[in-house]
Design a binder for this molecule. Structure first.
Ligand SMILES: *Cc1c(COP(=O)(O)O)cnc(C)c1O
Length: 388
């Protein structure tokens, strides 16, 4: 198989059945039959490779795993029911009571909850780091640290972390570096090539790309993904074959979507930066972004998330949201339909005002996940609520 991204995106992993179908087949079956008792025994013992039960493997899920692994440049991939189950399965595979995790402060809300409250009940402690500096991660590590868990760029302020530098910090401390690559996807950023040990995904976002199904994945060296698989096949947060099939087809257009949505996002960010009603724009593709140079080295484009701060605090921000007729008012992202959200009162609404201030989530902040609508229509929608 040629190893060019575009070719892999539409070809990798496909296995045809006896019917020689052109498109990837959807195998809606929970179990598989054996030729005879000896084969059943061999399949169960693992002596013979093959499908047994869909909590373990399913041919449609396998096709998704092979294709996504190819795109991430990973040896192997394990697909899961959702992004959160990918993160949970990774934690369960590698952490035990007494272990310590260092994670970025600006994680997806449910990830923060998982590490900050649920895993603590099992004796797994997490330190959250607010600074993007790799040195701050090194300082937060203890002899018990087994994992560094980060997202880059961050949500909603698009802070970019240096994956190669963090990989060195992790390796020096004997910890695994896990990167949630949800915002960039392998179309724009390949953390494994930069030294990360594992990539986790919410496939619900850009990998599907059209807001249809939940899914998740963990990619990396086979020795590591095997550990995740052992947890998954026993505990059961496996992906449905239908969802896997939808995401598998989503991968075929991933690069085209990510590049088109990033280009729209850059144009929108430049336009917002020039508006008098806007105090500040957060977008890695803008030269004004504090980690612009790092983003240029690490990503092939800025991604589709643009955040900006309007003058006039919450009232002004809500006016923009409430005047949108085209943009969807939703916290979801990763869709070809553009979405707008007010983080301070939604995704970050449960934080104390002090914690919000520390995280930089001010009342005038708005986050847009740019889709594929015409740029002029997106601008027109925002102008309705921007005074002046
Ligand atoms: C949505 C999201 C998740 C969780 O994924 P689900 O598929 O909703 O479980 C994890 N990380 C990031 C960055 C996300 O945006």
């Amino acid at each position: 198989m040629e190893d060019n991204f575009d070719t892999l995106a539409v070809r990798a992993g496909q296995v045809r059945s006896q019917f020689n179908e052109h498109a990837e087949a959807l195998y809606l079956t929970s179990s598989f039959v054996f030729e005879n008792a000896a084969q059943a025994a061999a399949r169960f013992s693992g002596e013979e490779e093959g499908n047994v039960y869909a909590r373990f493997t399913n041919p449609t899920v396998t096709m998704l795993q092979e294709r996504l692994a190819a795109l991430e440049g990973a040896e192997a991939c394990v697909a899961t029911a959702s992004g959160m189950s990918a993160i949970l399965s990774t934690a369960m595979a590698f952490l035990k009571s007494g272990d310590h995790v260092v994670a970025s402060r600006a994680l997806f809300g449910a990830t923060q909850q998982l590490f900050g409250t649920i895993l603590t009940r099992f004796g797994i402690r997490t330190s959250f780091v607010a600074s993007p500096s790799p040195e701050a991660y090194r300082e937060a590590m203890t002899p018990a640290t087994r994992m560094l868990f980060v997202e880059t760029p961050s949500n909603p302020l698009t802070e970019v972390l240096d994956v190669a530098a963090l990989a060195e910090v992790a390796r020096a401390g004997g910890a695994l570096l896990v990167v949630d690559n949800c915002f960039c996807t392998p179309a724009l950023q390949r953390p494994l090539a930069l030294g990360a040990d594992l990539v986790v995904h919410s496939a619900t976002k850009y990998l599907d790309g059209q807001g249809r199904v939940l899914g998740g994945a963990v990619c990396g060296r086979r020795a590591l993904t095997e550990e995740v698989f052992k947890f998954l096949r026993t505990a059961g947060p496996c992906i449905s074959p239908f969802n896997a099939w939808v995401i598998l087809k989503g991968l075929e257009t991933l690069r085209l979507r990510m590049e088109a949505q990033s280009a729209r996002a850059l144009d929108l960010a430049r336009w917002l930066e020039a508006r008098p009603e806007v105090d500040r724009v957060y977008y890695p593709g803008l030269p004004s972004h504090p980690q612009h140079e790092l983003a240029r080295r690490q990503q092939t484009a800025g991604g589709a998330i643009v955040s900006f701060q309007v003058k006039g605090g919450r009232a002004a921000a809500w006016r923009v949201v409430d005047n949108c007729r085209l943009l969807s008012i939703t916290a979801n992202l990763g869709d070809v339909k553009t979405t707008i959200t007010h983080p301070a009162s939604t995704t970050h609404g449960r934080l104390t005002p002090e914690a919000r201030a520390e995280a930089g989530i001010v009342e005038g902040l708005l986050r847009i996940a740019v889709g594929l609508e015409d740029l002029a229509d997106i601008q027109g929608d925002l102008l309705r609520g921007l005074p002046g």
